[in-house]
Design a protein around this ligand. Structure first.
Ligand SMILES: C[S@@+](CC[C@H](N)C(=O)[O-])C[C@H]1O[C@@H](n2cnc3c(N)ncnc32)[C@H](O)[C@@H]1O
Length: 225
């Protein structure tokens, strides 16, 4: 059982659900980059972990030199690993890996509004639907009109939580581009396109509260991340 978020990332080595989720997320990031207009593509990743989704995609993407942005992660070990990956990929001039609080709007100043917003591994760590609505409702502070939001949401106890996420996105001016469940059947991955005009980004606004803990994750039954 993972005691820290750093340990939680080891589950990528053994858990089919997480491996399949990563594969789909990378495919959707790849497609979002492909669909972005020529020129700079700005990306923000909230609660980025070690950034393996974005960095793994950029490793072979022909437009990797167009991608600029910021990844925000609270766990210092994960942020260090992410920074090392950015450096070894030769992307230090384009991507910043910040060890900071992704729920604080100040951490996106200078990079938002983005063309791609990655919110993976967060929705299952929010207290309730009201908090989900707050976070999705705040994404227009970070997202350009026409931008892509990528997300994941696990199912548990027979509840298809990703259905709620899809409904809330739709209510908040996001159009679904793609959605699929992992082959394990209990992890939803989606990409939505923002149709609105965006909202001004102010300093020190709390966008959401991440209240989940890493040890709730079980390989078979509980998978709310
Ligand atoms: C379920 S993991 C997902 C990591 C990554 N996005 C992925 O999909 O592999 C959740 C991550 O959120 C990070 N986290 C939790 N609260 C945070 C906060 N307030 N700001 C930034 N990161 C946070 C944790 O340290 C952890 O790495």
């Amino acid at each position: 059982m993972a005691k820290t978020w750093f340990e939680w990332h080891d589950l990528y080595n053994t858990e089919p659900k997480l491996q399949q989720r990563l594969q789909i997320v990378r495919e959707y990031i790849w497609n979002a980059i492909d669909a972005s207009p020529p020129g700079k593509i700005r990306v923000v990743s909230l609660c980025a972990g070690d950034g393996r989704d974005l960095l793994g995609t950029l490793a072979s993407h022909p437009r990797k030199n167009d991608v600029y942005g910021r990844l925000v992660e609270l766990n210092p070990q994960l942020a260090d690993r992410g920074k090392a990956s950015v450096e070894s990929a030769g992307l230090s001039n384009q991507l910043e890996f910040i060890n900071g609080d992704a729920s604080n709007s100040s951490n996106y100043i200078g990079v938002a509004p983005a063309d791609i917003v990655i919110v993976c591994g967060i929705f299952g760590n929010l207290a309730d639907e009201a908090e989900l609505r707050r976070l999705i409702g705040n994404l227009p502070l970070l997202a350009k009109k026409g931008s892509f939001a990528l997300w994941t949401r696990g199912h548990s106890d027979g509840v298809a939580y990703s259905d709620t996420v899809r409904r809330v996105f739709q209510e908040k001016e996001f159009e679904e581009v793609n959605f699929q469940l992992t082959l394990t059947g209990d992890m939803g991955v989606g990409v939505h396109r923002y149709l609105g005009e965006g909202l001004p980004l102010a300093e020190n606004q709390q966008l959401f509260e991440f209240s989940g803990v890493p040890d709730k994750y079980r390989s078979v039954s509980i998978a709310a991340n």
